[in-house]
Design a protein around this ligand. Structure first.
Ligand SMILES: Nc1ncnc2c1ncn2[C@@H]1O[C@H](COP(=O)(O)OP(=O)(O)OP(=O)(O)O)[C@@H](O)[C@H]1O
Ligand SMILES: [Mg+2]
Length: 456
């Protein structure tokens, strides 16, 4: 059965309102004792999500088209206004300044809403160049291409000093068929003007020939602090005010996509009470990196109880990710507190597995989300590169533990003349008996590490 699904059911079966602090306190109590009836602990977490339908239904492409959006209104016009992309901008400047000494085309690649298209236009402005834009269908239609391209390549701009050929969203060209790519390569070989190409994913196999012909420049996801600064600036210009926590939430959830953040900001600003804004997660699958960012960088709040709902992983795996990455964000006492909470979550995890007591998932989830988030005094604002947990090592360790269980069960089965399978099945009881009785431990000739395992 899917564990995460159960966790959602439990959250929904709370009867009264409960705060995260209360869940945390209760979980600490529960670590000490196993109450006979846990039902009294389960209360209702009241959800007041005021997500306007328009936000939920909006797809990213619809967002792009929204001409009155903050994203369009505040699209930078000059290179100076582009935030968080200094490295890429330097490379673009060098490319156009040296043209055509090295490569004749440059690919700006990276996630959506990071400023690729904006940069292409801004560099054109900076060098007083006219932009000649080609889209996917232009490239696919060979005749039309010849028609538009020839003059574009041969004629000087009448009004401007220079010209730049922009092929925006090249992945669109190649997604449907290969047609267009060979034309693009030909264009690169004959052009006398710099070609700037943008793409989300340049590592697709069918783009390898393009990768060879062009200089590649990565346009990175925008740091959430920078996103937050942009949001604050826009609020000032719009004479609006939105609670700082909501801004942090929007900035973090954007996952480096400034366009998405600006759209969320706009939606939040239209609400009667912007502090109730819940960033639109139904369209954007929050991945584990995002969830880790929210927990480890963000302020603890009730929404965190749902932070792992949109992560496509079982809670045990999320546990490993946290274990692996906490030390990248926390240090000193924060780290001690976080590890303490992690160990408490581990106790619940153990009880869930041993006793099949799925209701404990509430506590495990709360400890891993709100709990770990509240373990820090200050958050680390910079970019953190989270690592995949070293799962193999963990699996090995868990096998090692199982190996001890097996060897003890074997010894027990031999001594009391029962089957090995039965000893494994009854292991929890056997463990209890052996635990409190050193004489039996001797009789079974348990090794030191086996005793350690059994009394743990
Ligand atoms: N680095 C940035 N600095 C300031 N604003 C930005 C930046 N990146 C994106 N934006 C904002 O987001 C909007 C969208 O940016 P842009 O169209 O350049 O993204 P893109 O990288 O081309 O995305 P896509 O891959 O979806 O085409 C801009 O209009 C602007 O408001
Ligand atoms: Mg673009």
């Amino acid at each position: 059965m899917n564990q995460k699904k159960i966790s959602i059911d439990i959250t929904e079966s709370f009867e009264e309102e409960i705060t995260c602090e209360e869940i945390m306190e209760e979980s600490t109590d529960l670590i000490e004792k196993v109450p006979a009836n846990l039902n009294s602990y389960f209360k209702k977490v009241k959800e007041e999500s005021e997500i306007p339908l328009e936000t939920v239904n909006k797809t990213i492409s619809e967002r792009k088209k929204d001409s009155k959006s903050f994203a369009e209104k505040y699209r930078p016009k000059t290179l100076n206004e582009i935030m968080g992309q200094a490295e890429a901008i330097v490379k673009i400047k060098i490319f156009v300044a040296n043209y055509p000494k090295k490569k004749k085309a440059m690919v700006l690649y990276g996630g959506p809403g990071t400023g690729k298209t904006t940069m292409a236009h801004a560099i054109a402005k900076a060098m007083d160049a006219e932009i000649f834009e080609l889209n996917a269908s232009d490239l696919r239609n060979k005749n039309k291409l010849q028609e538009v391209l020839k003059p574009a390549i041969e004629q000087k701009s009448l009004t401007k000093l220079n010209k730049i050929i922009l092929v925006d969203e090249v992945d669109g060209i190649c997604a449907v068929d290969r047609g267009g790519l060979s034309e693009l390569l030909e264009l690169i070989s004959i052009t006398t003007y710099p070609v700037i190409i943008t793409a989300n994913d340049i590592w697709k196999n069918n783009l390898s020939s393009l990768r060879q012909k062009a200089e590649l420049v990565e346009v990175r996801e925008i740091n959430y602090n920078i996103i937050k600064d942009v949001l604050i600036n826009i609020l000032k210009k719009e004479k609006l005010s939105i609670n700082d926590d909501v801004l942090t939430k929007i900035a973090v959830k954007a996952n480096g996509d400034l366009r998405a953040a600006l759209n969320d900001l706009q939606t939040a600003s239209r609400l009667k009470d912007p502090s109730k804004f819940v960033p639109d997660e139904r369209n954007r699958r929050t991945d584990i990196f995002n969830a880790l960012k929210l927990v480890l960088k963000g302020k603890p709040n009730n929404d965190l109880l749902k932070v792992y709902d949109s992560v496509d992983m079982q809670i045990d795996e999320i546990f490993l990710w946290l274990e692996e990455n906490i030390s990248k964000e926390y240090s000193g006492l924060d780290l001690v507190r976080a590890y303490d909470l992690l160990s408490k979550a581990d106790v619940f995890k153990g009880r869930i597995h041993k006793q099949q007591y799925w209701r404990f998932l509430v506590y495990e989830n709360a400890l891993l989300s709100y709990g770990i988030s509240s373990a820090k005094k200050n958050s680390n604002c910079g970019f953190t590169s989270y690592q995949k947990p070293t799962r193999i090592l963990k699996i090995w360790l868990s096998n090692q533990r199982n190996a001890k269980k097996k060897s003890i069960a074997q010894k027990y089965a031999k001594l009391v003349h029962v089957g090995y399978k039965r000893a494994m099945n009854e292991f929890p009881i056997i463990k209890q008996i052996i635990q409190s009785n050193p004489k039996i431990q001797q009789e079974l000739k348990l090794e030191k590490d086996e005793i350690e395992y059994i009394v743990r």
